[in-house]
Design a protein around this ligand. Structure first.
Ligand code: FAD
Length: 545
């Protein structure tokens, strides 16, 4: 029998522990967590604060006693592991309740210490007792209690990532005035700017004061006043710092375990550190970006759970490996859902990886069936037809499409093969050509030169250059606006008005979402014109503005 120690008893650690037991009844398995609670639902914390989740207990997926009885594990909460000795194969544990400190030996060790919120040294922070981060149950309890005890009217969130946005929505749900400050030009960094713009509109619609391109510079008046980098002053009753997280790597660093990207622990495909009997999983590790092979750190629950199971298999001699992470994720932003998988344009540009872009705005279900709503869908692929990433924003069916694309990517489907995936269809759910299939058709047309496209961010340049831009929508659609200097020739008049167009110049066409633009481009191309369709139509252009 082996003696296996696990540091960290939540997503990765608890998964590893239970799988280890299911694979082997004889091993001694000790699970340490420095906190009181193990195996709790981190992802549910914002929704308990907002009141959507009513029962605090329902966040406790497992208790110490439950875990011990059900799985025959030795679960030690309030147990802070303060040192790993990789030479002697021991850890030092400090029991924060009893004050006792002791060493425990191991044959195999799993580190699943997670991540910790980044708290920068901001002037005045020490006196800002109304400022919180959110990572665990005690954090959640403190936030909830502060709101109850202090007549909080206005809450400020610093950082517009997943947790910031979830807290924004939940504070709104509590009826608070909410302001959100984000240093970059957009919220939700996994999306590209034009996709995030739709979230910005939604956030404004819900009367959240959104401050983009601005950061927190200083706390004043015991945290009741925030000074932003722009000099703007915000009054607040409380503040949530959600500007990002960093791997909880202190133990590993002290033990000279090799670190990599953003100081996350380096592991091989068997999740082993540079010490073969010390494994690491979850938010604390560096992973291989499955799309482009770069080193990265992707702190999400799916990878932590997957790695937890695999590490148990590996320790028990079952052939297994963790190839890397795609970063598939989803979040609710009021009525909208925003999901993505793989790389975005920003990531690709940073790495100088060439790519093609498709924007489409199909309905979530058959347009004639009540309740259909548009999905703003974006796909990135390369010359080898590899799918590099996808993003979607909308009210319905958003995560389904991203999950299908994620699956296709995982199994190496080429971009034009998206059209051959047979997806379930009835009018309440989809169209006989599902949005994912549509992406495949568009890609196929591009690859086979049946259409040329240009992106929304090039349109203003076309306008400046006085290019010939033809709007093929119907005249009533102009009420939503138009691209400056474009000329209206509705698609159904185009064949009769070809003589109005110059044969010696490139003609740029657009409609509302790109589909009629494509049809128009086929009419023109078949007649010998050089024609380019504006990808995603007026809608993508307008959202991005
Ligand atoms: P954790 O689950 O954080 O567990 C680490 C544990 O290790 C902690 O309990 C900690 O106390 C313990 N520990 C650390 N150091 C020591 C030590 N020295 N000694 C003993 N114990 C130690 N992901 C999603 O995919 N979707 C979501 O919707 C989502 N929502 C989230 C919402 C919130 C508010 C938060 C905080 C996270 C969310 N996540 C979400 C991220 C997800 O929770 C993490 O990716 C996942 O929990 C990582 O698992 P882990 O095992 O690496 O770390």
């Amino acid at each position: 029998a082996k003696k296996i120690l696990i540091i960290g008893g939540v997503a990765g650690g608890a998964t590893a522990a239970t799988r280890l037991r299911r694979l082997n009844e004889d091993d001694e398995i000790i699970l340490f967590d420095k906190g009181e609670y193990i195996s709790f639902a981190n992802c549910g914390l914002p929704y308990y604060i907002g009141g959507t989740i009513k029962e605090r207990d329902s966040l406790m997926v497992q208790t110490v006693e439950g875990m011990e009885k059900q799985y025959g594990l030795d679960v030690r909460n309030f147990s802070d592991v303060t040192k790993i000795d990789p030479e002697k194969n021991t850890v030092t544990v400090h029991n924060t309740q009893s004050g006792e400190t002791y060493d425990e030996s191991f044959d195999e060790l799993i580190i699943s210490t997670g991540a910790k919120p980044i708290v920068p040294k901001i002037k005045g922070l020490a006196d800002a007792k109304n400022t919180f981060t959110l990572r665990n149950i005690p954090d959640m309890d403190q936030i909830k209690k502060y709101i109850a005890d202090h007549n909080v009217q206005t809450a400020t969130i610093i950082g517009g990532g997943f947790i910031g946005l979830e807290m924004m929505e939940n504070f709104k749900q509590l009826g608070l005035n909410v302001q959100l400050v984000e240093m970059s030009s957009q919220v939700m960094p996994n999306l590209d700017f034009e996709m995030a713009q739709q979230l910005h509109s939604q956030i404004n619609l819900h009367n959240v004061n959104l401050y983009l391109n601005d950061g927190l510079a200083e706390f004043q008046n015991d945290g009741k006043k925030l000074i932003l980098q722009s000099g703007k002053e915000l009054e607040t009753d409380m503040t949530i710092l959600s500007i990002g997280i960093t791997p909880a790597n202190d133990l590993a660093k002290d033990a000279k375990i090799e670190l990599g990207f953003k100081n996350a622990i380096k592991v091989n495909k068997q999740l082993q550190t540079n010490y073969p009997n010390i494994y690491a999983i979850g938010d604390v590790i560096q992973v291989n970006n499955l799309v482009d092979g770069s080193e990265t750190n992707i702190p999400l629950a799916w990878p932590a759970n997957r790695q937890g199971r695999l590490v148990a298999d590996i320790i028990n001699g079952i052939p297994a490996e963790y190839p890397g992470t795609q970063g598939t994720s989803v979040a609710k932003v009021f009525e909208l859902t925003a999901a993505s998988t793989g790389d975005n344009e920003k990531t690709l540009q940073r790495q100088n990886i060439p790519y093609h872009v498709i924007h489409i705005h199909p309905n979530s279900s058959a347009g004639y069936y009540p309740g259909a709503s548009p999905i703003n869908l974006k796909l990135l692929y390369n010359d080898d037809k590899q799918i590099l990433g996808a993003q979607a924003v909308g009210t319905k069916g958003v995560e389904k499409r991203i999950d299908v694309i994620s699956t296709a990517m995982r199994f190496g489907a080429k971009v034009d093969e998206l059209s051959s995936i047979e997806l379930s269809y009835a009018p309440p759910y989809s169209s006989a050509k599902d949005p994912v299939n549509m992406l495949g058709y568009v890609a196929d047309n591009e690859i086979n030169h049946r259409t040329k496209t240009i992106e929304w961010d090039q349109v203003d340049r076309l306008v400046d250059e006085k290019a010939t831009i033809i709007d093929v929508r119907n005249d009533f659609e102009l009420t939503t606006g138009k691209i400056p200097s474009s000329k209206l020739i509705p698609l159904n008049q185009l064949r009769d008005r070809l003589n109005e167009l110059p044969k010696d110049k490139t003609i740029y066409v657009y409609c509302q979402v790109g589909l009629r633009g494509y049809n128009a481009s086929r009419v023109l191309a078949n007649d010998g014109f050089d024609v380019v369709n504006i990808d995603g139509g007026f809608k993508t252009y307008k959202i991005a503005k």
